[in-house]
Design a protein around this ligand. Structure first.
Ligand SMILES: Cc1ncc(COP(=O)(O)O)c(C=O)c1O
Length: 353
């Protein structure tokens, strides 16, 4: 099938650009002690996860239990849920899933650890755990060394679970456009984490892994004395919000093909709105068009500015946020040299449980 034959809006992946992004990340981490455990939330497709594993990723990070189940169904053997799983019925499923893969989950409270331990013992499985440390994002995670120590100790003492390390994700710095601030605060976080691991060590607890980092900060971890695992996700697609960081490392590889459905002197309208392009992190942009003003509705986007687009023209739209845009599609069209060569399912689309 040719690209022009697609019914729009349609999600399109430029395979060679995506592979170059994957290779770039491998190159960035080469020669360091850092392992890549890329985030599944970006593509939600086992087809891409397997490609990442073939290119050297040690495992896959995901956000949700239902995504982890999909990954295990697809044969992925090493999975991190970089999130808390607390509902009793989910903790049961978590413990069962640990019988099908090496499963790690984040924890930040003692009762949750006790629940996971109890269910793992009852299922005869073992759940690996990272204690989540809040390093400034103010989302999940404990706030003090003492709390981290208490949870790590409980994980070492209880059956069915283990303390495998720390999750330290600085999401508030991922899209920090002030480079000096992003780099300085990333370095400060590393110093803080070094002090934390030393504090634990002095109390007899050794930390195997320190996991975190995003597309916007992964390159700063090359010489990290503390991180061991990189969870970046968006680097494979580079959306508009990350494009604005001007990292000059990755290239746009994910697009939504759309059609111009109305054209006027000073603006044109495409057949894609928030139901096909998620603007939560940044506004989508028509590739090569510098809009003066952009409006987005459910099924339309309006681009104002001097243009020559005619009704029926197809445009490539760079998503504002790749992860939430992928989640709107059942399948992605894989393109190579202008031809569609594959149509893998976005298996975990909508899997937010
Ligand atoms: C826990 C966690 N790790 C890593 C990432 C980094 O992903 P990305 O590189 O797509 O920003 C995210 C992004 O939301 C995250 O929530």
């Amino acid at each position: 099938m040719r690209l022009e034959e697609l019914e729009t809006p349609a999600l399109v992946v430029e395979k060679e650009a995506m592979e170059r992004n994957m290779d770039k990340m491998t190159e960035l981490l080469a020669g360091s002690k850092l392992k890549l455990r890329p985030h599944y939330k970006t593509h939600k497709s086992p087809w891409i996860a397997k490609m990442q594993l073939e290119k050297g990723a040690v495992g896959i990070t995901c956000s949700k239990l239902s995504e982890a189940e999909d990954l295990a169904d697809a044969g992925v053997e090493n999975i991190l849920i970089a999130n808390q799983v607390v509902q009793p019925q989910k903790v049961k499923k978590l413990a069962a899933l640990a019988g099908r893969c090496q499963l790690t989950v984040c924890v930040d409270q003692l009762n949750n650890i006790r629940d996971i331990s109890r269910e793992a013992v009852s299922a005869g499985t073992h759940v690996h755990c990272y204690v989540e440390m809040n390093i400034g994002m103010n989302r999940c995670g404990v706030d003090s060394f003492q709390e981290c120590y208490e949870l790590a100790k409980a994980l070492e003492e209880l059956p069915g679970v283990s303390y495998d390390g720390i999750q330290a994700y600085a999401g508030h710095l991922a899209h920090e456009y002030d480079t000096e601030k992003r780099e300085r605060e990333t370095a400060e976080n590393e110093e803080y984490l070094k002090r934390l691991t030393a504090y634990l060590e002095e109390r007899g607890i050794s930390t195997k892994e320190v996991s975190g980092a995003s597309t916007g900060t992964a390159y700063l971890k090359r010489n990290s004395g503390v991180y061991t695992e990189i969870q970046a996700g968006s680097y494979i697609f580079l959306d508009r919000s990350y494009g604005r960081l001007h990292l000059n490392l990755f290239e746009h590889a994910l697009f939504v093909m759309a059609t111009v459905i109305s054209s006027h002197d000073s603006y044109f309208v495409i057949d894609a709105g928030v139901k096909s392009l998620c603007p939560d992190q940044d506004m989508p942009a028509v590739e090569g068009f510098d809009a003066v003003e952009v409006k987005i509705n459910e099924e339309h986007m309006v681009f104002r500015g001097s243009h020559s687009y005619q009704v029926g023209d197809m445009v490539r739209v760079i998503p504002g946020h790749c992860c939430s845009t992928v989640n709107l599609y059942d399948e992605m069209y894989v393109v190579q040299n202008g031809r569609i060569i594959d149509k893998p399912a976005v298996t975990s689309r909508g899997k937010s449980q």
